[in-house]
Design a protein around this ligand. Structure first.
Ligand SMILES: C[S@@+](CC[C@H](N)C(=O)[O-])C[C@H]1O[C@@H](n2cnc3c(N)ncnc32)[C@H](O)[C@@H]1O
Length: 197
């Protein structure tokens, strides 16, 4: 088989993220993943969390990047990826029990991040939660020199990209009916933020 799309960062962070998801997504349900990329997370989490049904998605035209990996996995608890751009209404999914997204908030412009929280806020029912992984600033400051360098690199690619402040993300969540419930420290200066509906 041709080599599957691969991200070294996903390979490195999938085990520590799984540990948190195991403790967070404890009941059977459908999980919408936003911005699935290569599908390494979708495959790993679906394999190790068999009580869940995993729904990958990505922007139209990119959603099938993960498809070869999903098909090769043989897993029956991953659905075919959906074309989902968080800014495009309506979203191609009406119901999900919880949601997950990794390394998207700094890639999306702020208005896209707003659209993501508005969409997740609408999608989830009471009792659902949204897990958001990535680098975040604290008190409008970088938490490491490597995050500062990463932010400068992102802005050199597109000034609309950049590491978001955790407090701003939490305010956005609250405005959309999602209550900040956990802020996990992760390797390599990342965090996993959990919001409950
Ligand atoms: C850095 S990649 C992260 C991929 C994967 N989640 C991971 O952690 O390896 C950012 C992802 O966000 C997606 N993305 C960017 N803008 C988006 C939008 N407006 N709606 C949905 N996904 C978007 C990109 O297509 C890409 O898959």
């Amino acid at each position: 088989m041709d080599q599957l799309p691969f991200s070294q960062a996903s390979e490195n962070n999938k085990a520590p993220i799984l540990e948190i998801l195991q403790a967070t997504f404890t009941t059977p349900g459908l999980i919408l993943e936003i911005g699935s990329g290569t599908g390494q997370h979708a495959e790993h989490f679906a394999r190790h969390l068999p009580h869940l049904t995993w729904q990958p998605s990505d922007r139209p035209g990119f959603q099938n990047v993960c498809l070869p990996r999903i098909e090769a996995s043989g897993l029956t608890n991953i659905r075919a990826p959906l074309p989902l751009d968080v800014t495009q209404q309506p979203w191609p999914i009406d119901v999900a029990d919880s949601a997950f997204s990794a390394n998207t908030a700094h890639i999306m412009s702020w208005s896209m991040v707003e659209a993501m929280f508005a969409g997740v806020g609408r999608l989830l029912q009471s009792g659902g939660c949204f897990c958001l992984y990535g680098p975040f600033n604290e008190n409008d400051d970088f938490t490491s020199a490597s995050n500062a360098r990463f932010d400068a690199y992102l802005k050199s690619q597109d000034p609309a990209m950049g590491i978001r402040d955790r407090a701003a993300i939490e305010r956005l969540a609250t405005q959309n009916g999602l209550t900040p419930s956990a802020n996990h420290t992760m390797p390599a200066n990342n965090r996993l933020l959990v919001f409950g509906k």
